[in-house]
Design a protein around this ligand. Structure first.
Ligand SMILES: Nc1nc2c(c(=O)[nH]1)N[C@H]1C(S)=C(S)[C@@H](COP(=O)(O)OP(=O)(O)OC[C@H]3O[C@@H](n4cnc5c(=O)[nH]c(N)nc54)[C@H](O)[C@@H]3O)O[C@H]1N2
Ligand SMILES: Nc1nc2c(c(=O)[nH]1)N[C@H]1C(S)=C(S)[C@@H](COP(=O)(O)OP(=O)(O)OC[C@H]3O[C@@H](n4cnc5c(=O)[nH]c(N)nc54)[C@H](O)[C@@H]3O)O[C@H]1N2
Ligand code: SF4
Ligand code: SF4
Ligand code: FES
Ligand SMILES: [Mo]
Length: 901
């Protein structure tokens, strides 16, 4: 600690605090434009508005750059300082339109002008330039730019998107997108970080509906909450006027530090879409179950009162035996909703047939991780990328699907970490990668086992770690003999030398961290893929220390929490096995009901059992299986065969069209609850708005159905539910509702970010190494179906498109269904960008626009599953991984023909 004089007062500080921060802490925020306005990794010191006088020094100092030192005497508002600030402000104002003609009269800039006491400038104005309103989300008017470079640093340092820069020299220098491109034609990914950092209004957000710019201070109120989309769990602030969301800004959460991506920042308006369900709907007597006429989607339904809809819902469920009922809960809902949903199925329906989209997602990760190390959550948070020396990203495209997590990986690379990307397709992280390992799809085990072979053969294993913390290394060492890089190179398409190089790089590093995603899990051998990744980490001891470990990137905003809360057929909340008599008895006692002793059915099994006549009725909340389950023709047939289907959603989804009763629910900003991100961080979301029309809170709806099924429930709020969860979920130890309210974010278990430094939660505390064999994909290309079809996501759209295709900005950026192919394949077929093609597999056919994409290898076609007009899942293979029961949606055989005009 040091001590110095600030404006006549003695203050204490540390040596790394800046004078700006100390003054702020002491209650005096100094005028500022280039620093302190937005969260930056480092201050810049270029606007000179924050200057202070240090006694005995000839020049004034920028307080945002200057550290305090012992005994220094600082004055923040001396006559010299005031005079200098006025001059600075006048010079900056010369670069501005007048307050009346500028883009944002209430901007931070004008607040600073008022604070410093400057109205007009005596200096010459710069040449006017044309505003750029080509982008649907961002309006650019560089007439208001003061060259503070906040946006450049936001784009480069915070997001590592590297679109914005300064071009030209001297008086002609200016902000530029790429090579001075229009924003819409640049490589901008619309994360909006630059917009949030701009103090003048030169960059402003646009209203998604009207395109008008949204000025500072428009909001009547703000609410601190979370992003509703992905598992990164960005904290944000909703800005509200006239009960409409008008703007979203990033907030300083531990997982995002104010950063957001295009969906979180500009994708909020789906909640105000006219398609929102606002009244309960009941299928008309005698109306058929086939899909509804798209032009008149409500024709099969009539409006109903809540009383009638809820009574009919519960009476319907009561007609069936427990084994004839099932429920799909939601990873978009809160922990409290997930807990109540699994409870109503278990305690009210009397069955464990309750599952959710994790089955299509990380089920294979969960089965491998539970088997090997007794815990399925990540062992380290993604921010630990910054502490790693080597990072592997396999079967995952974080720059697109976890964009804010990706910023940490990109930053790590800039600071010297080595990045190995392993994926059949190139991607956003490729340009940061030291090794882009573009291997053959479906050959992960071959590639990973060849790496393990190298590590064992070259003695790069961590013998101490293996002895202390693992078992069955011998079995692996024995099995791996067949997997030399030379033997595997043909199969995986990567040269033996390259395999050896990446194996050494991973093994020899002090700290290596592995991220993986759906390219690893969504295969018939998904569990084996994860077992191989785990073996890599266990034999090298890259586990349990900062910057090491295993991070299966969780997808949905609450898929971690929904799983933790028990939306899984074989386990109760906190992974307590249904099959254990002790656990079963404990829950019977705790809930005071009779419970089914048998584990339930999984998502795809449920779809099959409907057609076998065993399942008759379902409750589906916040999932869209008609679009997200594999082999959609078949899953839609199953949905149509149900006697009694109740769908609780915010839109009339493709799934809801098969419903007998549709219950209009609350969207994310309309409710309060806790959500768990991929880092095991439990965070508080707060209600910003009321649901529209007669739509109701999800929690209320579940409770009302439960009451009508004879359950004696009296939860008034999410807090009541959380209090019950705290009693039965050990993982919530110390994580109380009140603490979450106050602190916004708590990590489980016990605040530990990195797990397993001292062994694993297994019977003998050791991690089990499970050797794997080569299993080919269930369907490989042949002469009839020569292409590999792979499916997945795009940056702007969320899964089945239910939300994002109703978000104006997102749907303008990606408006039409596209299939991506290598340009060489398009040339071969004589096709151009945008031409229609027909893609078919043994299960279905879609007509779709062709998009040339060099990231896709020849022989492959990629289709995202967000477009209902060309639903990718009409094509996919429902074949399951035997352990995780996850379908192989990442690869099947397809043929492509140009569509007939
Ligand atoms: N924008 C956006 N973000 C999202 C989502 C969204 O819908 N939209 N969804 C969220 C959810 S729930 C999830 S689970 C995550 C998913 O996020 P990711 O795991 O990144 O998902 P995908 O895009 O499906 O596929 C990942 C990668 O697998 C690769 N791949 C294909 N076949 C193989 C293979 O055989 N081996 C390997 N190693 N790789 C292969 C693909 O080329 C692709 O790059 O994203 C989350 N974030
Ligand atoms: N071909 C192919 N298929 C896949 C995948 C793939 O890579 N390829 N990936 C799989 C993966 S990883 C996943 S996670 C699944 C995702 O599959 P789903 O979970 O079925 O997909 P979403 O579109 O996210 O569905 C969410 C639904 O919840 C509704 N909703 C949103 N917020 C709320 C709310 O607050 N309350 C209520 N009641 N409803 C709400 C939305 O309108 C939407 O209908 O898809 C899987 N399917
Ligand atoms: S929106 Fe994001 S990617 Fe685009 S210029 Fe701004 S900071 Fe860069
Ligand atoms: S990274 Fe994920 S959580 Fe963050 S803003 Fe984007 S979609 Fe939302
Ligand atoms: S805020 Fe310190 S120099 Fe700009
Ligand atoms: Mo997912």
């Amino acid at each position: 600690m040091i001590s110095f004089t600030l404006n006549g007062q003695t203050v204490q500080a540390t040596e790394d605090e800046t004078l700006f921060d100390i003054a702020k802490r002491e209650g005096k925020t100094l005028p500022h434009l280039c620093s302190g306005y937005h969260q930056f990794n480092k201050a810049d010191g270029n606007c000179r508005l924050c200057v202070v006088e240090v006694e005995g020094e000839r020049t004034l100092s920028a307080s945002c750059m200057r550290k305090a030192s012992d005994g220094m005497v600082v004055n923040t508002h001396s006559a010299r300082v005031e005079k200098s600030r006025k001059m600075v402000m006048e010079l900056l104002m010369a670069d501005q339109p007048t307050r009346e003609t500028c883009p944002d009269p209430k901007s931070h800039f004008w607040k600073m002008a008022d604070e410093v006491g400057i109205e007009t400038s005596r200096f010459e104005a710069k040449e006017p330039v044309k505003a750029d309103i080509t982008h649907p989300a961002i309006a650019v008017d560089l007439n208001a730019c003061i060259h503070c470079t906040n946006c450049v640093r936001a784009c480069q340092d915070l997001q590592s998107n590297d679109v914005l820069g300064m071009a030209a020299r001297g008086g002609k220098s200016h902000i530029s997108f790429d090579q001075n491109d229009l924003l819409n034609e640049s490589t901008c990914v619309a994360c909006g970080e630059c917009v949030q950092s701009c103090p003048t209004g030169a960059l402003l957000p646009r209203d998604p509906k009207t395109g008008e710019t949204v000025l500072s201070d428009t909001a009547e109120r703000t609410v601190n909450s979370l992003c509703p989309f992905c598992g990164v769990g960005c904290q944000l602030t909703y800005h509200i006027k006239d009960d409409q969301l008008i703007k979203v800004e990033g907030r300083k959460g531990p997982a995002n530090e104010e950063k957001l991506c295009v969906k979180g920042r500009f994708g909020f308006d789906y909640i105000h879409h006219p398609h929102r369900l606002t009244k309960p709907l009941i299928r008309k007597e005698g109306a058929a179950k086939e899909p509804i006429d798209p032009a008149n989607p409500l024709s099969h339904f009539r409006e109903a009162s809540w009383e009638e809809a809820l009574d009919k819902t519960a009476q319907g469920f009561k007609r069936y035996q427990p084994s004839e009922l099932a429920g799909f809960g939601s990873a978009k809902g809160s922990n409290e909703e997930a807990y109540l949903f699994q409870k109503i199925v278990r305690a009210g329906f009397g069955t464990n047939n309750v599952d959710h989209c994790t089955r299509l997602c990380h089920a294979s990760s969960v089965s491998a991780l539970m088997e090997g190390i007794g815990s399925a959550a990540v062992t380290a948070p993604f921010m630990d990328a910054l502490k790693a020396d080597v990072i592997i990203v396999i079967g995952s495209r974080p720059a697109q699907n976890h964009p804010v997590a990706a910023t940490y990986i990109k930053e790590a690379v800039k600071k010297g970490a080595k990045l190995i990307v392993m994926d059949p397709r190139r991607q956003g992280l490729t340009r940061f990668a030291d090794h882009m390992v573009q291997f053959k799809s479906g050959s992960d085990v071959a590639l990973l086992n060849a790496m393990i072979h190298t590590i064992i053969e070259e003695g790069l294993v961590n013998q101490d770690y293996i002895e202390k913390y693992t078992e069955d290394f011998d079995k692996l060492a024995d099995k791996i003999k067949d997997f030399s890089p030379d033997a595997m190179q043909e199969i995986c398409g990567i040269k033996a030398d390259e395999i050896r190089t990446i194996a050494r790089t991973y093994a020899k590093a002090e700290r290596s961290l592995i991220f993986w995603g759906m390219g690893v899990t969504q295969h018939v051998h998904g569990t084996d893929n994860v077992r191989s990744l785990m073996a890599l980490a266990l034999i090298t001891g890259h586990m349990g220390r900062d910057g090491t470990g295993l991070h299966p990137l969780r997808g949905q905003n609450n898929v971690q929490g929904a799983s933790d809360s028990g939306l899984i057929p074989m386990v109760y909340p906190n992974y307590q096995p249904v099959a254990s008599k002790e656990v079963h008895d404990k829950f019977e006692e705790f809930w005071q009901v009779k419970l089914d002793p048998e584990p339930g059915l999984t998502v795809v099994e449920i779809m099959h059992e409907i057609q076998a006549g065993k399942l008759k009725s379902m409750y589906i909340m916040g999932e869209n299986p008609a679009m997200s389950d594999p082999d959609a023709n078949n899953s839609r047939k199953s949905l149509s065969m149900l006697d009694h289907l109740v769908v609780q959603d915010i839109f009339l989804t493709e799934t809801a069209m098969y419903a007998d009763i549709i219950l209009p629910a609350s969207a994310f900003p309309e409710k309060t609850g806790t959500f768990t991100n991929t880092n095991r961080q439990i965070q508080m979301a707060r209600q910003a708005l009321n649901p529209p029309g007669q739509a109701k809170q999800d929690l209320w709806i579940i409770c009302e159905i439960a009451k009508r099924m004879g359950l004696d429930w009296s939860y008034e709020s999410a807090k009541d539910v959380h209090l019950e969860m705290e009693q039965i979920m050990g993982s919530l130890n110390g994580i109380t509702w009140d603490r979450l309210e106050a602190e916004d974010c708590l990590t489980y278990p016990n605040g530990q970010a990195v797990l397993f430094g001292e062994g694993f939660p297994t019977a003998n505390s050791k991690g089990r190494i499970v050797p794997t064999d080569l299993i080919p994909p269930d369907e490989v290309p042949d002469t009839d179906y020569p292409f590999v079809l792979t499916t997945g996501r795009m940056l702007e759209h969320w899964h089945t498109g239910a939300m994002t295709r109703r978000a104006a900005v997102l749907n303008q950026i990606e408006a039409h269904p596209v299939a991506s192919l290598n340009p060489k394949e398009l040339n071969k077929m004589g096709l151009e960008a945008g031409d229609m093609i027909t893609v078919s597999t043994r299960r279905g056919t879609v007509d779709i626009h062709a998009r040339p994409d060099r990231d896709v290898p020849t022989g492959m076609v990629f289709i995202p599953f967000c477009f209902k007009e060309a639903a990718a899942n009409l094509l996919t293979n429902p074949q399951l991984d035997p352990y995780g029961k996850i379908p192989e949606v990442k690869t099947c055989a397809a043929k492509i023909t140009p569509s007939k005009p």
